[in-house]
Design a protein around this ligand. Structure first.
Ligand code: 3PY
Ligand code: MG
Length: 281
């Protein structure tokens, strides 16, 4: 058998209908350690023709640590979405803890070289393909239908979605070699770090051509091109450009924007709809 996760299925669907921007795999960034918040966003109808198929659980910059992984993974996966944990750094022990807590995928910041990428893949696999240590007592709990024991152990190597972030000048310069590494599924652009590390402005010509180079490398090597966006307009533009996996926004961005927008309406400094866009609570 093979282990199928919502992110795997939605990435397959996105690459199968590559000409349709609406079929990209959309997700969002979770920076607060709250299963309640994640389920509030994910549970039930989305009110549109698509749903979020993945959540990035941010243990690099968010207020999330490995203490929170298990509950978040279980909450997110109960809604037919995939938890992808961004570990603080591409270290073996960090990736192991994310997978043992049931993440469907991992994301590592700052992948600079093909050697970095090769090591990251190795850390996600049990021997003989890799070096992952054994002890998945809790991991199958967020994989509905997968029994503990051989069903998990023998199939998880190919079930984990491996995302590496391209967000440095060296990462872009080596992106074709990184894309060629077997086992890398997703090249995920971090536009904020990319601009800072390159010493250019976000949206500048140099920044945009680095982004295009990552997209082209992913296409050439049959990998998924992904990018972090700040809002729906930004996301739509990237989907039309050809990205197959898109983070639409972050929890705190929308909560802050919505709360302060409603305050502006309350004091008469803005009209209805300038903040949250919603009418419920
Ligand atoms: C970046 O833009 O640098 C990211 O990693 C997205 O959080
Ligand atoms: Mg970054």
């Amino acid at each position: 058998m093979s282990i199928t996760t919502p992110i795997r299925s939605s990435l397959q669907a996105a690459s199968a209908s590559s000409s349709s921007p609406s079929s990209a795999a959309f997700g969002f960034w979770l920076t607060l350690p709250s299963s309640g918040l994640a389920k509030t966003i994910l549970h039930g109808s989305s009110g549109s023709s698509t749903k979020f198929s993945w959540v990035l659980v941010d243990a690099e910059h968010g207020l999330i640590s490995d203490y929170h992984y298990y509950e978040l993974n279980n909450a997110i996966s109960s809604t037919n979405a995939s938890p992808i944990i961004r570990v603080p750094y591409a270290e073996e022990w960090m990736i192991k803890r994310a997978l043992d807590a049931g993440a469907h995928g991992i994301m590592t910041p700052m992948c600079h070289t093909a050697d970095d990428a090769t090591n990251i893949v190795k850390y996600t696999r049990y021997p003989p393909q890799g070096t992952r240590g054994y002890g998945p007592m809790f991991a199958p709990h967020s994989l509905p239908g997968v029994n503990p024991g051989p069903e998990y152990d023998d199939n998880i190597n190919d079930g984990v979605t491996v995302c590496v972030q391209i967000e440095s000048r060296s990462g872009v310069e080596n992106v074709e070699k990184i894309a060629a590494v077997e086992g890398i599924d997703v090249l995920f652009i971090g536009p904020f770090d990319l601009a800072k590390q390159m010493g250019v402005l976000r949206g500048s010509e140099e920044h945009e051509s680095a982004i295009q180079r990552v997209l082209d490398a992913a296409r050439k090597y049959g990998k998924i091109a992904a990018i972090f966006c700040t809002d729906g307009v930004d996301s739509r533009k990237r989907a039309e450009q050809g990205f197959h996996m898109i983070s639409v926004t972050t929890d705190v961005n929308v909560i802050r924007g919505g709360m302060l927008g409603e305050l502006k309406v309350a004091v008469g400094e803005a009209g209805r709809g300038s903040g949250s866009g919603g009418s419920g609570y």
